[in-house]
Design a protein around this ligand. Sequence first.
Ligand code: AQP
Length: 327
Amino acid sequence: MAKRIFSGAQPTGNLHLGNYLGALRNWVALQHEYESFFCVVDLHAITIPQDPAGLAAKTHEVARLYLAAGIDPAVSTIFVQSDVKEHAELAWVLNCVVRIGELERMTQFKDKAKKQRENVSAGLLTYPALMAADILLYQTDLVPVGQDQKQHLELTRDLAERFNRDFGETFRVPNAFIPKVGAKIQALDDPSKKMSKSDENENGRISLMDDADTIRRKFKRAVTDSGADVRFDAARPAVTNLLSIYQLLTGQTPEQIEAHFAGKGYAQLKGDLADAAIAFLQPYQERVRSISDEELSRILREGADKARAIAAETLRQVKERMGIVGA
Ligand code: AQP
C-alpha cells in the first residue's frame, strides 16, 4: 500500500503565515511522494465557541487556501471532516480508550481551557481523541504538523499501540513530520507565544488574506530585541523569528540573509520582510479568489466520497474487533 499522509487545519479564524510555513507548504511538497489526505477539521473548531455563519464561511475559505497553496486535487484528497461521519464515530471509540489523565496533561488543553475559564467544553478536553481518529482512520504513516501538535501526535501513537495490543493489529502507528525551520513561527507582538489565529491581538499574526498595507503595518509594529545587528541568534528570539520568516519566504540561506542585512538595522529588515510577504501573498490571494464556488463544492464532494470509502473500512474493522456488531 502507498505510504499515506494526513493533516488538517481548523477553520477557527484566519489562517496565518505560521499555518502556511509550519504546515501547508510541507503538505504541498509531500503530496507527490505520498497518498495524501487534507481535511478542514470543522468538528475540532466547535470545541471552542464559534459563530455559525462565520464557521461555515471559514470552512470553505480554508479549503480554498489549501487549493491556492498548491494542494492538487488530482493527486490529493481534500475534504471537510464533518462530511465523513466516521471521524466522529471513531472519536467516540477512542474516547473510551484514552485516559482522562492523558487528556488533562495536554498543554494545548491547559492553555485553551485557561482562556475559556468556566465554559470549558468536554470537547476541548477530548479534542486529541478526535485528532487521533482523523489520523488513524486513514492508516496514516506521516502527519506533517507544526511543533504545537507534537504532543497530540505522541498521544495518537500511544492510542494506536494500546488499541492494537488490546484488540489485535488494526492501526498503523503514525510518525510526525515537523519541519526544521518554520515549525513554530512566533507571534509578532510577543516572541514567547506562537503565532495563533485565535489570539485576540490581530497584530501578532500575518493572515494569509491580509492586504499589503496591513502586512506593512503589522511588520512595522513587530516587537524586536535589544541590540541593533540583524542576525540569527537564539538569545534574540524576536529578530530570529522575523529572520526565519524571511528565510522561508525567500528561500535564501541564513548566511546569504545575514550578508544581505550586514550593517543594516531593524527598519530595513521589517521593510524587506513586508516586501517578501506581499510578493508571496498577493498572487496567493488572487489564486484564492479565482476558485469558483462550483469548483470548490465539486472538489470537496469528491474528496469526501474518496475519504469515506477508506474511513468506513477502518471503522468496520475497529467495530468487528471490539464486538460492536449492532442488531
Ligand atoms: N505558529 C505556528 N507556527 C508553525 N506552525 C503552526 N501551526 C499552527 N500555528 C503555527 C500549524 O498549522 C496547522 C494547522 O493548525 P490548526 O488549525 O490545527 O490550529 P492550531 O495548531 O491550534 O494553531 P492556530 O492556527 O494558532 O489556531 P488556534 O489559534 O485556533 O489554536 C497545524 O499543523 C499546526 O501545527
